[in-house]
Design a protein around this ligand. Structure first.
Ligand code: PEP
Ligand code: MN
Length: 373
């Protein structure tokens, strides 16, 4: 059960203390409070864990400072969408809103290779009005002999250039807890001129110790990718690990499933699950058409498969797009064959705009029909 307290309730206030004293005395119940400091207001939620069936909704509702009570199901306690649950389905980070009704494009390099390529990429993004990007410094690779990413060595110039080109958020995968500290330190050294959303890759979706560590910090939001060989439920529980440790700024990423049924694409595109994740949880949903499709093939209509897959996710309500671009794909050290070209960026963005507009029109259409009964 969650007690959502009246906005702005301070933990030092006598009513709050009185409430907590009462709750901690309830038999068989563990109490856990979580405070979220937002731009507009501070919200506190109190989680009651244990034998909550015995508690009456009305009794809880009448306690001091309580605004509303939500009875939660066992699943996805923090991130889930429960009955009568009006908790917000968004968060703000470094001036960018991530929500179930926003859309942010994170076009960029799969892996940072040279300073020149990073600069060309960021300049193109700035020139096309973009404020987010993807840049991999730590790359989990199938072969131990493949390029593993430049690691912390590239962070200073990546962050400096992001500041120069007014990039506000970089999606960057971490594969070890030490990477979080390296990113924090490099951001500090470069004057915090940009922000980072930590990416948990599909190979680490169930690396529970990494999830707990990333979940315990709240400086950086997290993009967790769906595990490519596990069920959706298992992946959503992985996201819940982050939230149960305290970090609710979580975006859930679909990136295709590993099965030969998806051939000739690299993975089986699973963007039909965008609305499913939005129904089951309050997380914004990201799609990664590059790692799903994995190749630059196109169809007879002239549209690349990566762009078709992107449009499919966006028209289904996706909230974030993670997509590989590269100034010279033949020179990319990772995933060149799936990268879009810089000259394709305006085309890609316009295509996304069309798909998003279609999605918004579909939502309006349904609302009109519902109103008409
Ligand atoms: C990536 O986004 O660079 C990546 C490796 O993705 P995934 O974890 O989905 O394979
Ligand atoms: Mn890649």
């Amino acid at each position: 059960m969650i007690l959502i307290l009246k906005p702005g309730m301070l933990s030092e206030s006598p009513e709050y203390k009185q409430l907590l004293a009462y709750l901690t005395n309830l038999a068989g119940i563990t109490v856990r409070a979580h405070t979220e400091v937002g731009i507009e207001q501070t919200l506190t939620e109190v989680y009651l864990i244990g034998n909550t069936k015995a508690l009456l909704l009305e009794d809880m509702q009448s306690l001091p400072c309580v605004e509303r009570v939500v009875r939660i199901s066992e699943e996805y306690r923090v991130l889930g969408r429960h009955e009568n649950d009006v908790r917000p389905a968004y968060f703000d980070y470094n001036g960018v809103r991530f929500g179930q009704d926003t859309l942010n494009v994170f076009a960029g390099l799969c892996a940072v290779d040279t300073l020149e390529h990073v600069e060309l990429m960021m300049k193109a993004l700035r020139d096309h009005g973009q404020v987010c990007t993807r840049m991999g410094a730590y790359k989990p690779r199938t072969s131990p002999y493949s390029f593993q990413g430049h690691g912390k060595a590239c962070l200073p110039y990546v962050f400096d250039l992001a500041g120069k080109y007014e990039i506000k958020v970089i999606a960057m995968e971490v594969t070890h807890e030490s990477h979080v500290e390296e990113i924090r330190e490099a951001l500090y050294q470069t004057g915090n001129s940009t922000g980072v959303i930590l990416q948990i890759g599909t190979r680490n979706t169930q690396n529970f110790e990494l999830l707990k560590i990333v979940g315990r910090q709240q400086d950086f939001p997290v993009l967790i990718k769906r595990g490519f060989g596990i069920t959706l439920d298992e992946s959503l529980n992985a996201a819940e690990y982050l939230a149960s440790e305290g970090n609710r700024k979580v975006v859930f990423g679909l990136r295709g499933m590993k099965t030969n049924m998806g051939d000739p694409h690299r993975n089986f595109v699973d963007f039909a699950h965008v609305p499913v994740v939005k129904r089951l949880t309050r997380m914004p949903v990201c799609i990664d058409p590059s790692h799903s499709v994995g190749i630059r093939t196109g169809s007879p209509d002239g549209i690349l498969d990566v762009m078709h897959a992107t449009a499919q996710g966006v028209i289904a309500g996706a909230n974030m797009i993670l997509v590989d671009f590269h100034p010279v794909p033949s020179k990319a050290l990772v995933d060149g064959p799936q990268a879009l070209l810089l000259k394709e960026l305006p085309l890609f963005l316009e295509d996304v705009r069309i798909a998003r507009e279609a999605y918004e029109k579909r939502v309006e259409l349904v609302k009109r029909y519902q109103k008409a009964g």
